[in-house]
Each structure stands twice: as structure tokens, then as C-alpha cells.
Design a protein around this ligand. Structure first.
Ligand code: CA
Length: 228
């Protein structure tokens, strides 16, 4: 079955360009011009990925992203933020609210398609994988669930994969490049700084039970997952 992509973009020319390219690539496309219209699509059918413009009339794309992350049904939905802003601060804010990727306008449709394919591949359920259990953390790949001493931990898809990579590669110094290769996959357009942003979010999510201490920063080297 084709993946369903929801485009939320108020500029008709860009919305149409995206829709044409995505349909041509074989995706089922829903398009909305406001966050409110997007919500109607979301209520009708849960998409596999959302392309979300930052600046929308009415509710902003960032507000919608935050709401998607707060709803159990859409918590793990991959979100790509589209924006004309290129400032580092805005980009970081996009990641803070739970975006998985970030594309600055004007963008190349080919680059965007490559990123969408990578995100969809990563978010595909990997059924049949056994749960991992280390140092009080339990990660269940089939159900996308993480428990810290029995308490559920809410993670975005990227942080979930990051934690899974750490748990399957303990006691090793993992460079940012290696993490990008293995957790992000097609990372030609992703900066190493992105790794630090997601590590910070992962640590925050693990902090209530003290499990953030399991992830060490190795000066000049990267990160290390140290069960203890
Ligand atoms: Ca806009």
C-alpha cells in the first residue's frame, strides 16, 4: 500500500508543486492550507508522514507539530517542517517541538523526496524484533514502547532509534558521524549538530528516572552508552 502524506502549506504554488511531485513518486497525498484544515484530514485518515509549513495563517505549523506530538495517535508520525526561515534558532525550535527533519525553502523536490523516503523507511515497523532490556530500560521495537523502571517514556521516532542504537552498541564510543550513518541513514543533508539536539531530547526524556546518566558525552569523540 502506498504511504499517505499530508501536506500543510498555505502558498498554493508550493502546495501544488509538492502534491504533483509526491503523487508522481507514488504517494497518496492529502493537502491542507491551514492547521485547522489539516486537522480534518488527520481525523479522517492518519497519514504516514506530515509535511508542515512553519508560517500558516491562524494556528502555526509549530503549534500543530506540538499538538501532533501530544496525541497518542500521532505521537510517532514523522514530521518534516518546511520553512523560509534559515536561522539556526528557528531550526532548533523546530526540532524541539518534535520535528524529524527540516527543509528550508526554496528546496529541491528531489532532495525533499530523498528525505521523505529515508524518514518513511526508518519509521516502518520492524516486527518480530525482540525487546531489549538494559540497566532498567526496556525497549520494545514492535510496539515502539520504552519503559524506564516500568514507567513509559515518550520518545519521537528519531530518539527511539537513537536509544535502540545505543542499547545495541553499549560500552562503545559512537561518533556523531557513526550515529548519523546508523540512526539517520541518508544524512547527506543533516548537520552533525542535529545529533546533539536529539541527544539532549533523549536525555530529557530519560531524566525523570535518572537514566539520562547512561548516555555519556565523550569529549572530542561523541557519545557512549554505559550501562551501570
Ligand atoms: Ca506559509
Amino acid at each position: 500500500m502506498s504511504a499517505r502524506i499530508l501536506i500543510v502549506e498555505d502558498e498554493p504554488a508550493i502546495r501544488e508543486l509538492l502534491a504533483v511531485n509526491l503523487r508522481h513518486a507514488g504517494y497518496v497525498v492529502d493537502a491542507a492550507d491551514t492547521a485547522e484544515a489539516a486537522q480534518m484530514h488527520l481525523d479522517a485518515a492518519t497519514p504516514d508522514l506530515v509535511l508542515l509549513d512553519w508560517m500558516l495563517p491562524g494556528q502555526s505549523g509549530i503549534d500543530l507539530a506540538r499538538r501532533l506530538r501530544g496525541d497518542a495517535r500521532t505521537r510517532h508520525l514523522p514530521i518534516v517542517i518546511l520553512t523560509a526561515r534559515a536561522q539556526e534558532g528557528d531550526k532548533l525550535q523546530g526540532f524541539e517541538v518534535g520535528a524529524d527533519d527540516y527543509v528550508t525553502k526554496p528546496f529541491s523536490p528531489r532532495e525533499l523526496l530523498a528525505r521523505i523516503r529515508a524518514l518513511l523507511r526508518r519509521s516502518a515497523p520492524e516486527a518480530g524484533e525482540d525487546p531489549l532490556e538494559i540497566a532498567g530500560l526496556r525497549l520494545e521495537p514492535a510496539s515502539f514502547r520504552v519503559l524506564a523502571d516500568g514507567r513509559p517514556v515518550e520518545l519521537s521516532p528519531t530518539e527511539f532509534r537513537l536509544l535502540r542504537y545505543f542499547m545495541t552498541h553499549p560500552d562503545r564510543v559512537l561518533s556523531r558521524t557513526r550515529l548519523l550513518d546508523n540512526v539517520w541513514g541518508d544524512h547527506v543533508y543533516i548537520e552533525e549538530r542535529t545529533v546533539d539536539v536529539h541527544i539532549r531530547r533523549l536525555r530529557l526524556a530519560l531524566a525523570p528516572g535518572g537514566h539520562d546518566r547512561l548516555i555519556e558525552t565523550v569529549r572530542g569523540g561523541g557519545y557512549r552508552f554505559l550501562p551501570r
